[in-house]
Design a protein around this ligand. Structure first.
Ligand code: FES
Length: 127
């Protein structure tokens, strides 16, 4: 699966919003560091977090077991399945939130916003 990722923390700096239709296009042309925007491949049976780490990125995490939500991401395009999730309520799953520590892509392409643990919805859930 090919993943296109964007760091949630850069949105404010650029005046972008998560609901912008061309958010990823703007990010692609925004001159961002590779750490904040780019693409990588996830291997079969590899979690999204593992793949990010294999590519040298330090995405947030804590428990790695589906219990803390530090590793949360938002899927904007594509599909991912999280095996163990003890923390995200259904209404957040509906909005596209998932856990990268044990979530594995099931579509060929994925667009994700990572580092979303600073969103107000999530700060309440973080242990
Ligand atoms: Fe704790 Fe993923 S790192 S839920």
């Amino acid at each position: 699966c090919r993943v296109e990722y964007l760091n949630y923390e850069v949105l404010d700096d650029h005046g972008w919003d998560i609901d912008d239709e061309d958010l990823f296009e703007e990010a692609a042309n925004g001159g961002l560091d590779r750490e904040d925007y780019g693409q990588f491949w996830v291997r079969p049976r590899e979690s999204l977090l593992e793949a990010a780490e294999r590519h040298g990125f330090a995405w947030p995490f804590a428990c790695r077991g589906g219990a803390c939500a530090n590793c949360a991401i938002i899927i904007l395009e594509g599909e991912m399945r999280t095996r163990v999730d003890h923390v995200l309520p259904p209404e957040m799953l509906d909005k596209g939130f998932q856990l990268s520590c044990n979530g594995m892509p099931v579509s060929d392409e994925l667009q994700v916003l990572y580092n979303v643990k600073h969103m107000p919805e999530l700060e309440e859930l973080l242990l």
